[in-house]
Design a protein around this ligand. Structure first.
Ligand code: ADP
Ligand code: ASP
Ligand code: MG
Length: 409
C-alpha cells in the first residue's frame, strides 16, 4: 500500500466527461489499496476567463480580490470530482485551501506555501477517504484566499506530497511526459524517460510550462518522487530523479523557450558605483523580476549602456519605475523592446563537455538569427532573439543537438 498524490491539469478536467475519466484514474489507485489525495486545476480556459474579468472590471488592481475571484475555478472542479467519485462508489470529499489549512505568505497573486496542516487530512486518508484538493489556492496570514501564481497547481501537489510524506506525486497532463522540447512546436520532440531535478528546474524556469518552476524546486528540496504522465493514454511518463539515477547522460537534454520577454536598454548610464544597485534595487522593490543583464563600456569612459530583460507583462511597471529614477541615476534614454524571446539549451552533461555554446551560436548564425543577449549557468545557455524567430531557432537547435526522433505522420 502506498500514499499517492495525483494532480490533474486544466485540459484533463476540461468537461464533465473528462472529470469522469479522472475519477476512473483515481479509482484505479484506490482499488490497489492506496491512500489517495487528488489535486485539481480549474477547467481549461476558466482561469484565463476569471483573470480577464478582474482586469475588465477594474484598472486598479486589488490583488486580494483578484485571488478571491481566480481561486474559484479550482473550487468548482474539486467539488465536481468529489461528486464524480462518489457516483462510482468511492468515498471522497473536497477540501478547500482554507479548510486544510494550506497556509501561504501574503504575496497575493503569487503566494508561497509556508505550512500545510495535515492532521485531519491524514486521518481521513487512513480511513480510506479520497481527499480532493483544489490546486493553486491557499490561505494567507490575513485570513484571505491567496493564489500561487499561474500554473501553481503543480506546486500545490508537490507541497502536499511533501507534507503528507507521500510515496509518489503523479502529475497528469495533456502530454505523456517531459519532452526534449515542447512537442507542440517540434513534431520530432522525444519523450525523456528520466530527467534530473536540476535539468527539469532549468527547463521549467526557462519556459517549459509542463511543470511550474516552484514545484520542481520543492520536489528537489524535499526529495519528492515526481512523475509527469498523460491523463488520456496508459503509457509510461517521465520520472524526475537524482543525477545518479540516470545511466546514460546526454550533453543537451532539452530546449526551452520563453516567448513573453521584453528587453530594456538604458543609454548612457553614469558609470559609477551604486548605479546598478539603484536601478535593480528599485525594480526589485516594485516586484519586477530581472533576468538577463549586460553592461557595455562606452567610449567616453564616463557612461555605459545597460541592457536587461523583464517579463513582458512587467514591462509597463518597469518603465514607470525607471522613469521615476531617471534623474537620480542619470541616463539619457530608455529603449523598450517587447518583441523578444529567450531560447535555452539545458543539460547536465554540459558541465564536462565544452563546445555546447559554440554549437548554439553557430546554428543560429547559419539561420541568420541575431543574438541580442547571452546568459549561462553551469547546465544551461540562454540567448535572447527577436520573437519572430523563436520556432525556427528551437527547431534548428533541436536538430543541431541530435534530439530529433522519428516523426510519424
Ligand atoms: P496542465 O494544464 O496539465 O497543467 P500545462 O499546459 O500547464 O498543462 O503544461 C503542459 C503543456 O506544456 C503541454 O501541452 C506542452 O505544450 C507544454 N510544454 C512545453 N514544453 C514542454 C516539454 N519540454 N515537454 C512537455 N510539454 C511541454
Ligand atoms: N488554474 C491555474 C492556472 O491556469 C493553476 C493551474 O492550472 O496550475 O494557472
Ligand atoms: Mg500547468
Amino acid at each position: 500500500m502506498a500514499r499517492i498524490v495525483q494532480k490533474f491539469g486544466g485540459t484533463s478536467v476540461a468537461d464533465i466527461e473528462r472529470i469522469r475519466n479522472v475519477a476512473q484514474r483515481v479509482k484505479r489507485e484506490v482499488d490497489l489499496g492506496n491512500e489517495v489525495a487528488v489535486v485539481v486545476s480549474a477547467m481549461a480556459g476558466v482561469t484565463n476567463q476569471l483573470v480577464n474579468w478582474t482586469t475588465e472590471i477594474s484598472r486598479l488592481h486589488d490583488a486580494r480580490e483578484y485571488d478571491a475571484v481566480v481561486a474559484t475555478g479550482e473550487q468548482v472542479t474539486s467539488g465536481l470530482l468529489a461528486l464524480a467519485l462518489q457516483d462510482i462508489g468511492i468515498d471522497a470529499r473536497s477540501w478547500q485551501g482554507w479548510q486544510i489549512a494550506l497556509k501561504t505568505d501574503d504575496t497575493h497573486g503569487n503566494a508561497r506555501i509556508e505550512e500545510i496542516d495535515t492532521d485531519q487530512l491524514l486521518e481521513r486518508l487512513k480511513a480510506g477517504q479520497v481527499a480532493v484538493i483544489p490546486g493553486f489556492q491557499g490561505i494567507g496570514p490575513d485570513n484571505r484566499i491567496t493564489t500561487l501564481g499561474r500554473g501553481g497547481s503543480d506546486t500545490s501537489a508537490v507541497a502536499l506530497a511533501a507534507a503528507l510524506n507521500a510515496d509518489r506525486c503523479d502529475i497528469y497532463t495533456d502530454v505523456d511526459g517531459v519532452y526534449t522540447t515542447d512537442p507542440r512546436i517540434v513534431a520530432g520532440a522525444q519523450k525523456i524517460d528520466r530527467i534530473t531535478y536540476e535539468e527539469m528546474l532549468e527547463m521549467a524556469s526557462q519556459g517549459a510550462k509542463v511543470l511550474q518552476t516552484r514545484s520542481v524546486a520543492m520536489a528537489m528540496s524535499h526529495n519528492v518522487r515526481l512523475q509527469v504522465l498523460s491523463s488520456f493514454a496508459d503509457v509510461p511518463g517521465t520520472l524526475v530523479v537524482n543525477e545518479d539515477e540516470i545511466v546514460e547522460q546526454r550533453i543537451v537534454s532539452g530546449i526551452a523557450y520563453s516567448p513573453d520577454e521584453a528587453k530594456i536598454t538604458l543609454r548612457r548610464v553614469k558609470d559609477r558605483p551604486g548605479v546598478a544597485g539603484g536601478i535593480f534595487g528599485s525594480l526589485a522593490d516594485a516586484a519586477v523580476n530581472v533576468d538577463m543583464i549586460v553592461q557595455n563600456v562606452t567610449e567616453d569612459g564616463e557612461t555605459t549602456d545597460l541592457t536587461f530583460t523583464v517579463g513582458r507583462s512587467d514591462l509597463d511597471r518597469a518603465a514607470k519605475v525607471l522613469d521615476g529614477i531617471k534623474e537620480d541615476i542619470g541616463f539619457t534614454d530608455m529603449i523598450a523592446d517587447p518583441t523578444v524571446a529567450k531560447v535555452s539549451v539545458v543539460g547536465v552533461g554540459m558541465r564536462s563537455q565544452p563546445g555546447v555554446a559554440k554549437t548554439m551560436f553557430q546554428t543560429l548564425a547559419d539561420r541568420g538569427i541575431n543574438i541580442q543577449v547571452i546568459s549561462t549557468s553551469e547546465i544551461k545557455v540562454s540567448v535572447l532573439i527577436a520573437s519572430d524567430y523563436t520556432e525556427l531557432a528551437v527547431r534548428a537547435l533541436h536538430t543541431a543537438y541530435d534530439l530529433d526522433g522519428d516523426v510519424t505522420t
